[in-house]
Design a protein around this ligand. Sequence first.
Ligand SMILES: Nc1ncnc2c1ncn2[C@@H]1O[C@H](COP(=O)(O)OP(=O)(O)OP(=O)(O)O)[C@@H](O)[C@H]1O
Ligand SMILES: [Mg+2]
Length: 265
Amino acid sequence: MFDHAVAASVALDADREVLLSLRDVGKSYGSTQILRRISFDVGKGEFAVVLGPSGSGKSTLFRCITRLEEPSEGTIHYEGLCVNTLNRRDLAHLRSRIGFVFQQFNLIKRLSVLDNVLTGRLARAPLWRVTCRSFSTADRQLALGCLDAVGMLEFAYRRVDGLSGGQQQRVAIARALAQQSHTIIADEPIASLDPESALQVMQILKRVAHDYGITVLCSLHQVDYALRMADRIIGMQAGRIVVDKPAHDVSAEDTRSIYASLGAG
Ligand SMILES: Nc1ncnc2c1ncn2[C@@H]1O[C@H](COP(=O)(O)OP(=O)(O)OP(=O)(O)O)[C@@H](O)[C@H]1O
Ligand SMILES: [Mg+2]
């Protein structure tokens, strides 16, 4: 039987500073349990990929971490703070310090690439500041630096709606970097991309983790990319963690256990 507490301590390198810590997190909708006793620690600069069949609870887990969904049980600590007990203001502050990247990019299409990245500086400011471009020179320089980091500097003044999916996702990552958050949560960031763009985005996420020390928690359906790129695999099956180990230690048997309900293997 999988021992969550042991796995959490084994999977995390001993010398890594813990950034995010979950203990026995559960989520139910009515009588339906979606997440069951989820426990793990994620370290600073770690690139962890969550794998699991559709409906296994990956997005729900990500939403519980910042209480976009209220966990039904368990505790979540982020940078030493107990997320469960944060008041509205502190919770908003926490969310502004975590960058989110989604399958659908979630960019403002009619704005330029640079203005989209600048929105990362204004997590809770009104849209008029964005549309009036009332940003400081320091903010602009930071945003341009973030675009450079994802290889999109030359597109800074283009409108987003003229970009490919892969380019848009790189802009979304630049926006998350502009928040200067210590963590990026990416929910299926490559699901709608062609293989080459998907690889580029995964390489950027890996670099973000390893070069900038930003923790990346990413859900994927592509097992091959996960095993190739991630430091660590957290495998979910019907709301439970069934695998939690360094990516290079994940066996075919582990993969089968994650996708067991689909009859994989
Ligand atoms: N608001 C809700 N009310 C009731 N059930 C919900 C709600 N949100 C999610 N669920 C259920 O929770 C389960 C987990 O959903 P979730 O979206 O977290 O899965 P997932 O692993 O992200 O799937 P996918 O790979 O398809 O994105 C699903 O069975 C879903 O129907
Ligand atoms: Mg999902």
